[in-house]
Design a protein around this ligand. Structure first.
Ligand code: ADE
Length: 289
């Protein structure tokens, strides 16, 4: 079994969603059971060593399975604060998060990838969504919910795989709904009228908490179905799982390419979120002494 400690620094994390519970083909060097003031994360954090294909450098990467090691955690039960706090506590400053999504647009076909640049929050307030409470107040800008620097790298990597079976949509508005039930047809059509591109149950509060923690965060969406607005069969769990499974190899190549890029020297400031450091203090107000 793997050691429960890791000495080196780990700036980059990958969060796996439905169908991506582990990253096969990477060397696992540790498995960390981290506890936080917000409880335990969804799973132990696996530390992987990845050798960058551009410069041969070995980088440590943290991997966390959002729905647990056995996919036992429902979307509304994901301990997002513990997940983000645990990753931050081991040094993580940049996250690439995967998620299965339903498509709200004809041109986004099942198995296509989407790099969203906007989010509409349709969670219902049942998930703890901030680290700041109990007298500590902070207002964090969230006009651009994802990190443009990370997005740029991820888009370039996706496009580099395009001849190889990866279809990538550069932008999109992601609707994050409350689960675990899928949408009604009326809701699905409403989301289309709002300009929604894809829909999932997992982007929030994860992206908000990452912003509060000054972590550069970008989600990579993998379309698994046309949501129920479409004339094809209504979305089922089997459909989501089946398409995730057939897309797992593409997802693995995608993440490998992103890690190769992030490990290069030119992206050192980005993965250490130098552009976010200290940003939050201007919004914080605590009781005056
Ligand atoms: N995740 C995958 N497909 C989905 C859908 N159609 N609605 C919400 N979340 C999803």
């Amino acid at each position: 079994s793997l050691p429960n400690t890791y000495e080196g620094s780990v700036a980059i994390a990958v969060i796996g969603g439905t169908g991506l519970r582990e990253l096969p083909g990477f060397t696992q060097v540790a498995s960390l059971s981290v506890s936080t003031p917000w409880g335990n994360p969804s799973s132990p954090i696996t530390i992987l060593h990845h050798e960058c294909k551009h410069n041969g450098k070995v980088v440590a990467v943290a991997f966390l399975s959002r729905h647990g090691a056995h996919h036992q955690i429902a979307p509304h039960e994901v301990p997002a604060r513990a997940n983000i706090a645990a990753l931050r506590s081991i040094g993580v400053r940049s996250i690439v998060a995967f998620s299965a999504v339903g498509s709200l647009q004809e041109e986004i076909k099942p198995r296509d990838f989407v790099i969203p640049d906007q989010v509409i929050d349709r969670t219902k307030g049942v998930r703890p969504w901030t680290f700041f409470e109990g007298g500590v107040v902070a207002h964090v800008p969230f006009g651009d919910p994802f990190d443009e620097g990370m997005a740029k790298v991820v888009r370039e990597c996706g496009h580099s795989l395009e001849g190889d079976g990866v279809v990538l949509h550069d932008r999109g508005t992601l609707v994050c709904m409350e689960g675990p039930q899928f949408s009604t047809r009326a809701e699905s059509k409403m989301y289309r009228s709002w300009g929604g591109s894809v829909i999932n149950m997992s982007a929030l509060p994860e992206a908000k908490l990452a912003r509060e923690a000054e972590i550069a965060y970008q989600m990579i969406c993998m379309s698994t179905d046309y949501d129920c607005w479409h004339d094809s069969a209504d979305v089922t769990v089997e459909m989501v799982m089946g398409n995730m499974k057939s897309n797992a190899e593409n997802a693995r190549r995608f993440v490998t390419s992103v890690l190769d890029a992030l490990a290069s020297d030119e992206h050192a400031d980005l993965v250490n979120a130098k552009h976010l450091a200290g940003g939050i203090k201007f919004g914080v107000s605590t009781p005056q002494a």
